[in-house]
Each structure stands twice: as C-alpha cells, then as structure tokens.
Design a binder for this molecule. Structure first.
Ligand code: ATP
Ligand code: MG
Length: 429
C-alpha cells in the first residue's frame, strides 16, 4: 500500500516546525501556522490534581513528587514557585525525548485539537539531523502516536519551496546559529553545509552583557507591581510584586525575553562596512525598560550586532568555525560544484528571525558582492515580510504537504510496518 490515500483535501495534514526558539504548528494548505509558541517546557511541582486536569498537564508518575509539565507562553511565563524551564532541542535536533513528547501532546491537545490517527504529519528537521534521531522519531510517531502517515522534510528545502524555487543558497539566521545550506533541484547538498554560532542567541547574550555592565536593572514587567515616571537616566522607582521562590532558568528566560524586545527595537546592522566615526553621528534611540528606566542608545545600536559581519579572524577558513556570516555563505557556496555555483549565488534565500534585524540582508548581499568574483550575479530572493521570514519552513511544508503529487511521498503506516524505522532514509532523503 502506498501513502496515496493520505493527505489531500479530505483529511488535512499537520505541519510542525520545531525550532530552537519557537515551534510553529498548523494545517497544510493554510498560509500561516495556527500557533507559534516558545520551544520550552515548564516543569513545576504539581499544585493539585484539579489543576492538572485544567491545564492538561501530565503527571510524571515515575517520581514520588508529582510534576506538572506546561507549554505555551502564558504558562511558562506565569510567576510560579519552582517553575523550571527547559528546551527539548539542542543544535536544532531533539535532545530530550521526554520533553519532546510533552511538546507533541500540547500540539495535538491544544493547538490542532485533533485525533492523531487521522492526520498525516509533516515535520521539519535541520539538514544536519543525525540518522539515529530520524529513525527514533519515525518509530515514535508510528508506534506511540499511531499516525496514519509521516514525513520528515529538511527546513532549508522547505524554505526554498516557500520562495518558489527549487535551487537556492539558504541562509537561515535563527536562535542557536546561522546556517547556510545549498539546495539543488529540491535536495540539500549536505556536504556543503556551513554553520556559525552567530545567531539570535549570540546577539542576545552580547546585548545582555552590555546592559548588565551598564548596571541597568533588567527586572521583567511581570515582576513589577507599580512604577513611577522618572527622567531619562535617573534611577528607576518601582515596587516589586510579592514573588515566590523563582528558579534560575525562569529568571534567565524572562531576562532573555526582555533583551529580545530591546534587541528588536534598538539594535540594527550597519548597511555599509562599519565605520565607527560615521556611526557616532547617527541618531540615537530611546528605550524604556520595564522598571521605568529610560536611556538613549547611539553607537551601541550597531556595535552589538557588528561581529556577525566583520569577524576579522579569517585565519581558519575551515568549515563550521566561528566565521562571520558573509564568510560562511561564501564557504558553503564555494564548496559546491562549479557548474551550480552561479545558480546558487544568484538565488540567495535569507530566512530566520534574526535576519529581521534592520539592515541584515542589505549588508549581507553587499559583503558577498565585495568578497567574491564580479562575474557572479548575487541576488537576494527573500521576501521581506516578518511572517514569511520567520515561518518560511512551515510555509514550505504547508505547500508541499498539500500538493497532489506529494501524496505518494508520505511514509504510510503500512510501509512502516513492512520496512521498519529505517525506511525514513529512503523515503525522506
Ligand atoms: N523582528 C525581529 N527583529 C530582530 N530579531 C528578531 C525579530 N523577530 C525574531 N527575532 C529573533 O529571531 C530569533 C529566533 O529566530 P527563529 O524563529 O528563526 O528561530 P528558530 O527557528 O526557532 O531557532 P533555530 O533556527 O535556532 O532552531 C530570536 O533570537 C529572536 O530574538
Ligand atoms: Mg530555525
């Protein structure tokens, strides 16, 4: 039996794109995901049995003390004693399978609210996903979740489709890293993938260190009961809410959220090569912290993001080192066959939330043009809307899973039963 009877119009497929920062979930054929929530699981001592029912949390029966597992922004950011926050994902791959299952349960119970056994599931994966993890995931989906059909698609390939291409050099600047994956005729050229840790998390850490060094109080809004209006740069005057004992992981997450807001409003990337004198002359921008403290930022707005583009250490041009983003793009494109190089460089697809920093694509294209031979035509085909940049792999998955010609590509339950979990290697190359 083939997978042909699944998907299509009768029973919609579900598309799930789990990133290191957020998870996007919804139905194939739709323009955007039904939900986009943090890839974080909150774990806290259970309050009462009633509460567990109400939030559909799951008790951990292995432990003497019952635990609640919560997912979704409202639950993970709620002020709650002993709430620990953890991610099931590391380096784009599933690292903690137990937490991962809580995330899947949340998707089915709270987001798509549907029976698992009726809907095929398309999941995205990083192009560097480990073979053993792919097999383990396939097994879990058929054995535990009893899915009728399953497919694993590489997120760079889906971003290529979302931009109406089949060949592209996909630059994905997300939370954990920036990766460059060449895609040719719908296949990821995995031997030429190059990655760098310069991504959203790097900028957040840098911004946080900077703000802490300036002794700026980073107390989040949810912890503040009342505040007064004070003049710029004067010590904030506020009162704290009565707080229970909070964990370090929770405090860290809340601070990261505050810094993420600061970063998206204040920081920006110098569109031309960074010139410290010129940048000093650009207008500064005021930011108000949740405490009421107000301060203007000038050159820092550009300095905080600059290392992503002008890391001077080019001594080690090996793959996957700490190179600046333009170098990583060039290394990846140049690691491909010469006959497809110009097709790749003329179709640069820039995706990921961190690429929404102002000036990112202009600077990237400019740097690549100046660093490579003039004969190459460098064109950026990326769509500039926030939704399409952040959700590109989900959107590509939504398109692919609803194509009539795709329906025979699913791994059907029957195929899984006949060939076992290794069939993912053949069916989802
Ligand atoms: N408008 C914006 N301006 C600047 N940065 C933004 C904006 N929106 C999101 N980000 C940043 O984008 C990053 C998340 O990107 P994205 O959603 O692509 O990550 P992800 O796919 O979940 O993670 P990864 O690709 O690492 O697995 C975060 O660092 C966030 O702060
Ligand atoms: Mg991503």
């Amino acid at each position: 039996m083939s997978g042909a009877e699944y998907g299509g119009d009768e029973v919609g497929a579900i598309v799930l794109d789990i990133g290191g920062y957020s998870t996007r979930a919804g139905y194939a054929g739709e323009d955007s995901p039904k939900a986009d929530f943090p890839t974080i699981i909150g774990i806290a001592p259970s309050k009462s049995d009633d509460d567990v029912m109400e939030t559909s949390n799951i008790q951990d029966t292995n432990k003497r003390d019952k635990l609640d597992y919560v997912v979704g922004t409202n639950y993970i950011t709620a002020v709650r004693e002993g709430l620990e926050l953890q991610s099931p994902i590391q380096d784009g791959m599933i690292e903690n399978w137990d937490l991962f299952e809580h995330l899947i349960d949340y998707v089915y119970n709270k987001v798509v609210k549907s029976e698992r056994e009726y809907h095929p599931l398309m999941m995205t994966e990083p192009a560097w996903n480990a073979k053993a993890k792919r097999a383990q995931l396939t097994e879990l989906m058929f054995e535990k979740y009893q899915l009728p059909a399953f497919y694993l698609a590489k997120n760079a390939v889906l971003s290529t489709f979302a931009n109406a291409r089949s060949t592209a050099l996909v630059v994905d600047s997300g939370w954990e890293q920036t990766s460059v994956v060449p895609v040719h005729d719908g296949y990821a050229l995995t031997q030429a993938i190059v990655r760098t840790p310069y991504g959203g998390r790097y900028i957040s850490q840098r911004a946080r260190n900077y703000l802490e060094k300036m002794s700026i109080d980073l107390t989040p809004a949810t912890h503040i009961a009342a505040k007064q209006i004070v003049k710029e740069r004067l010590k904030p005057i506020y009162t704290l809410r009565k707080l229970p004992i909070l964990t370090e992981s929770y405090r860290d997450y809340m601070t990261d959220q505050l810094v993420a807001d600061f970063k998206s409003i204040i920081t920006q990337i110098s569109e031309d090569k960074y010139d410290s004198e010129e940048i000093k002359r650009l207008p500064s921008l005021e930011y108000e912290f949740p405490t009421g403290y107000r301060c203007s930022f000038g050159a820092e707005r550009f300095e905080l993001t600059e290392p992503m583009f002008s890391q001077e250490d080019t001594a080690s041009m090996t793959l996957n080192s700490h190179q600046a983003i333009p170098e990583v793009v060039l290394s990846s494109g140049n690691a491909c066959d010469t006959d497809i190089r110009s097709a790749l460089f003329s179709s640069l697809v820039v995706v990921g939330g961190n690429s929404l920093l102002k000036g990112f694509t202009d600077r990237l294209v400019g740097e690549i043009r100046s660093k490579s031979s003039a004969s190459k035509v460098h064109k950026c085909v990326t769509n500039n809307t926030t939704i399409e940049r952040r959700f590109s792999s989900w959107i590509g998955g939504s398109i692919l899973a609803s194509l009539g010609t795709f329906q025979q590509m699913w791994i059907s339950k029957a195929e899984y039963e006949e060939h076992g979990k290794i069939c993912v290697e053949k069916k989802c190359p």
